[in-house]
Design a protein around this ligand. Structure first.
Ligand code: SAM
Length: 293
């Protein structure tokens, strides 16, 4: 591919030469703005000892930038046509592992196993395909890998969800779980006009920086269950939502006492609870389960 991978002329020329039509169903909207690529890179604090996982490299706009800055890039692209373009275009880079796979089907720890012995800093940078944003983020954060940070270009609405406060309509399971693991920042707004083809909505760059202390992580699966119950039935009171966590939380009277004990009115909706309040319930669930087993 001659020219900068982000120039709209180069993109159109490559697509026509390869007889490739962008697939809406795969969220194929390619970045055409060098400044945005640089901004994503800067948000990632890229360093020579980083290992970066990129989801959906597309035509390689971000990939090339990463390859020049970090030790190793593992890029996972579902579209075979794009993989063949990338293989050709990025053949000179020896620090690229390009996998033609569905990120949702990939065993990520197994894929990155070979890199775990070196002292790499594990990061994810990606312009995510919008139709699977939430499952991809959950899959990445639940992979058990020692991520330091993740930078995503996502729909603006998803960015709002990640930084939402309790009771806001955007506040959801993803907000709480990521808030537990680290801190989220909205780095910048990205208008739909910088993509080809242009999507219907605007985007934003978000950065998740993971907590260094990992000792609280044993609470994660309990918090996940509580949060899932609370947001799976948003309109229910927290009391009714939690009764689905049988058999541990099935007795309403005991559960009512437990909630009051934590200073939580059982009639509140789950979506109004703060992270700290969810954590209180998760600890109760953890102790209820460990006592029974
Ligand atoms: N990184 C490129 C850019 O910024 O110009 C392309 C980003 S585009 C929004 C999303 C990319 O994700 C596309 O290349 C698409 O083919 C790829 N993709 C879609 N679904 C995928 C999946 N399940 N696993 C891996 N890649 C996927």
């Amino acid at each position: 591919m001659p020219g900068k991978p982000t120039s709209i002329r180069t993109i159109k020329q490559t697509l026509s030469e390869k007889k490739f039509a962008p697939r809406k169903s795969l969220g194929q909207n390619f970045l055409t703005d060098e400044n945005i690529i640089n901004k994503i890179g800067r948000a990632g604090n890229l360093a020579a000892d980083d290992l970066v996982l990129e989801v959906g490299p597309g035509l390689g706009a971000l990939t090339e930038n990463l390859l020049k800055s970090v030790a190793q890039v593992v890029a996972v692209e579902y579209d075979r046509g794009l993989c063949s373009i990338l293989n050709e275009r990025l053949a000179d880079f020896k620090n690229l592992l390009l996998l033609n796979q569905d990120i949702l089907a990939l065993d990520i720890p197994q894929t990155l196993k070979n890199y775990s012995s070196a002292a790499y800093h594990f990061k994810v940078l990606a312009n995510l395909p919008y139709y699977i944003t939430t499952p991809v983020i959950f899959k990445l954060i639940e992979s058990g890998l020692p991520w330091e940070l993740m930078v995503f270009l996502v729909q603006n609405e998803v960015a709002e969800r990640l930084v939402a406060s309790p009771a806001a309509k955007e506040y959801g399971a993803l907000t709480v779980m990521i808030g537990f693991l680290g801190t989220v920042e909205k780095i910048g707004f990205v208008p739909k006009t910088v993509f080809y083809p242009a999507p219907k909505v605007d985007s934003a760059i978000v950065r998740i920086t993971f907590n260094k202390q990992r000792e609280r992580l044993e609470l994660y699966p309990y918090l996940r269950q509580v949060v899932q119950a609370a947001f799976g039935q948003r309109r229910k009171t927290i009391l009714n939502a939690l009764t689905s966590l049988e058999p541990f939380f099935s007795h309403k009277s005991i559960l009512t006492d437990r909630l009051w004990g934590l200073g939580i009115d059982p009639q509140r909706r789950g979506e109004t609870l703060s992270l700290e309040e969810f954590l209180g319930i998760a600890k109760e669930l953890q102790s209820a389960i460990t006592k029974k087993v």
